[in-house]
Structure formats: structure tokens, C-alpha cells
Design a protein around this ligand. Structure first.
Ligand code: HEM
Length: 200
């Protein structure tokens, strides 16, 4: 795949074209209230753990690493696992991925776009978590960044890769469809984590 700086605004287009799905997540997060009370926070971390577990194969993908050498280090699976341990919340089993085997690279990048983009909202969410008495070392490490500057640098490095891809119109559509699928998948995961019956 060729890369070029030609399509500088691809990430902005992806953001704009998934804005309704992002907004849906806001509404859902408001409804489930993970940051309103610490009792509601466990299912949120569980959802994050499941999403990161689903994405692990993409973060560790060799083709992804060629474009984004630090991709494997970006996974927040271990952070979510640490947060679940801190909360004493059970670690869910994830035995299937919500995308096809051998996902094309641009679709893999679109799924990662949703995960990496979620670190932007996390800058706000960690403040809400802190208001619940949590912190980067105590239950909220999956929302943490070394610093606000590091968070932005990491995002800029990621968007530079996405924006640098040279894609046909059909591939642009393919990428958008994959980003939408990733947003919808997170919605499903969130619903499952918050709406499952409480253990007896
Ligand atoms: C699983 C995926 C995602 C989830 C669960 C998520 C969730 C959220 C939530 C709940 C907020 C609101 C924070 C507040 O109360 O102000 C937020 C804000 C935000 N999100 Fe997302 N988001 C996701 C993906 C993305 C993506 C893909 C992007 C961009 C590419 C993005 C960009 C932002 C930005 C820029 C904000 C505003 C942050 C601020 O005001 O400081 N998010 N997100």
C-alpha cells in the first residue's frame, strides 16, 4: 500500500462521519452512569477490557506494526486488567472477535482508530474517575496518559499514519464502514456489560 500526505483530513472525515455513533455512546454512557457512582464503574472497565481484548490481534498485527511501530504498546488491555484487579471485578472471558479473520489492513486501522480516538475522551473521563476517588494507579489506568501532551502526541502520530494512506474511493468507504462497525460493536459490548443480570 502506498502512503502519501495527500489526504490530510481523512481522520477528520472519519470523525465527522461517525459523529452520530459517537454521540450514541455519550447518551449510553450518560444512561449507565459509570462515572456517577463507583458501583457503576466496574462494568465500564469490563467493557473496555473486552474491547481491548477484541483488538489485541490488530494492535499486534505485523502489517499494522510496519505503519505504526509502537502499535502493540498502545493496547490498553493490561491497563484494563489492572483496573479490574484493583476493583475486584471479575475478568471476562473473550473467546471471539467481532470482525472477520484476516481483516484487511485498512479495516484493522479503522477499528484501531476508534480505540485510539477514545483516548481523547479519556482525558475528560479520568477527571470524572478521579472525582470518584480513583486514579491512574488505582482503578483508572486505562484512561490515563503520561501527560496531556503525550496523549496528543500519541494521537497525532496515529492520525498521521491514517491520513498518509493513499486510498481509492472504495477503500475510503471500506474504512468508514469498518469504523462504524467498531463503534457499533463497542455499543453492544457496553450494553452487555451494563445490562447483564447481576450474579446471584
Ligand atoms: C469506543 C469508542 C469511544 C468512546 C466510548 C468514547 C466516549 C467518549 C465520551 C463518553 C466522551 C465525553 C466525555 C465528556 O463527558 O466530556 C468523549 C469525548 C470525546 N471523544 Fe470520544 N469516545 C470514543 C471514540 C472516540 C473517537 C474515535 C474519537 C475521535 C476520533 C473521539 C473523540 C472525542 C473527543 C475529541 C472528545 C471530547 C474530549 C474533551 O472534551 O476533552 N472519541 N468520548
Amino acid at each position: 500500500m502506498n502512503t502519501t500526505a495527500e489526504h490530510k483530513s481523512r481522520c477528520r472525515r472519519l470523525m465527522a462521519n461517525t459523529d452520530d455513533l459517537h454521540e450514541d455512546l455519550h447518551v449510553l454512557v450518560d444512561r449507565f452512569g459509570p462515572f456517577k457512582a463507583v458501583e457503576n464503574y466496574g462494568p465500564w472497565v469490563e467493557a473496555q477490557y473486552i474491547f481491548q481484548q477484541q483488538l489485541l490481534g490488530l494492535y499486534e498485527d505485523k502489517q499494522v506494526a510496519e505503519l505504526l511501530p509502537d502499535a502493540a504498546h498502545r493496547s490498553r488491555l493490561q491497563a484494563a486488567a489492572k483496573d479490574l484487579a484493583f476493583l475486584g471485578h471479575a475478568v471476562p472471558t473473550v473467546d471471539a472477535v467481532p470482525y472477520e479473520k484476516d481483516l484487511p489492513l485498512i479495516e484493522a486501522l479503522a477499528w484501531l482508530f476508534v480505540s485510539e480516538g477514545s483516548t481523547l475522551g479519556a482525558a475528560k473521563l479520568i477527571k470524572y474517575a478521579e472525582a470518584l476517588g480513583l486514579s491512574a494507579n488505582e482503578g483508572a489506568s486505562h484512561l490515563a496518559a503520561e501527560s496531556p501532551a503525550a496523549r496528543m502526541t500519541s494521537w497525532k502520530q496515529f492520525t498521521a499514519v491514517i491520513d498518509g494512506l493513499q486510498l481509492s474511493d472504495a477503500e475510503e468507504e471500506q474504512m468508514l464502514a469498518a469504523a462504524k462497525a467498531a463503534f457499533r460493536n463497542f455499543r453492544t459490548v457496553l450494553e452487555q456489560c451494563f445490562e447483564k443480570p447481576l450474579a446471584a
